[in-house]
Each structure stands twice: as C-alpha cells, then as structure tokens.
Design a binder for this molecule. Structure first.
Ligand code: ZN
Length: 183
C-alpha cells in the first residue's frame, strides 16, 4: 500500500507489431488491445486478429484500428493546445497536476479526440479512467480526481490560464448557480 508514485497513469502507444506473433501491423488493420496488471504496473498488449483470445481479455480490452504514426516533425510546429498540454503534464508526473490533467482529458473527450474505453480501480482505490486516442491509438490512463462541482470551476480556470487564455475575473455566475437562484 501507499505507493507514492503515480505510475498508474501514463500514455501507452500502440505496438507496431503483434505482441504474440510479432507480425507488423498494416495501416488500418483491425487489432485487439488489452490492458493487464503485470508486476504492479499496467501493461498494454496489442494482438492481431489471429492471436486474439477472447477468453483471455485481461483487465480491459477493446477492438481498435492500427494507424501509421504521423512523422514526428509535425508535432514540433504545433502551438500549445489541450492535447500538447495534456502530454506535457502527464510527462511531468506531478501529483498536483492530476486535476488539470483530468479536465484536459474531458475536453479532449468532448472534442472526440479521446474515447473512454474503461474505468478501473487502482490499488489505492482511486478511479482510473482509460482512454484511447482516436488518431494515434495511444492509451491514456488518467486518475479521476472525482472533483466536486465547485472545484471543477476553479480547475477549469486554471486550465484556461495554462492554455494561454485569460482567467475570468471577477468570476461570473455559472449557469448552475443562476438556475439554483431562480428556482
Ligand atoms: Zn499475432
């Protein structure tokens, strides 16, 4: 108990070849991804249709499509957006960033960039949401901080600032509060 690190959340790329038979995936090939808990760590396995055994689905599994990764230089010119910020914060591995990471994940889910695949409970009883990036097939594992409504707003503002926007100051009434007053 009491793992200090937050190694439970991370980004895992789709393998370039089947984990079992090592056949290289073709662009647009259908494959199966599964998550396993191996030696205290979440491990992703990608299997071709022939090697996929539905009787051994691991913790979570889903069918996906292999996509050739884009050339790396494309990313360097892009300016900061929700996705690049999310990747940066995940790479930093700071516990304080969990709220912002979660909000960014939800933003990207709304934009249909990430799709939720499963929810797991970690060893320390936290909610771990598993997302797949629709374009790159990467798996994003994000701790759900289970924010309350009033916390949500301040974290959202924090994220807006991180994305280079202006904080709303003084804070304006939210729809929820306005509705509560009216009712
Ligand atoms: Zn295979």
């Amino acid at each position: 108990m009491g793992r200090e690190s937050i190694e439970n959340w991370r980004v895992q790329k789709c393998a370039k070849a089947c984990t079992k038979c090592e056949k290289v995936f073709a662009d647009k090939e259908k494959l199966f991804s599964k998550l396993m808990f191996d030696d205290g760590e979440y491990v992703r396995r990608d299997l071709c249709k022939e090697c996929w055994d539905k009787k051994d689905p691991g913790l979570s599994s889903w069918k996906t499509t292999y996509v050739e990764p884009p050339p790396p230089q494309e990313e360097a010119v892009k300016k900061e957006n929700a996705e690049s910020l999310l990747r940066k914060l995940i790479a930093k591995e700071n516990e304080e960033d969990l709220n912002a990471i979660f909000i960014l994940t939800v933003m990207l889910e709304r934009k249909k960039i990430l799709v939720e695949r499963d929810v797991q409970t970690t060893e320390d009883k936290r909610k771990l949401r598993i997302y797949e990036h629709k374009k790159t097939n990467e798996t994003f594992m994000v701790i759900d901080p289970e924010l309350k409504l009033d916390e949500l707003e301040s974290v959202q503002e924090e994220v807006v600032v991180l994305l280079g926007g202006q904080p709303r100051n003084p804070p304006v009434e939210t729809d929820v509060e306005a509705r509560a007053d009216a009712g």
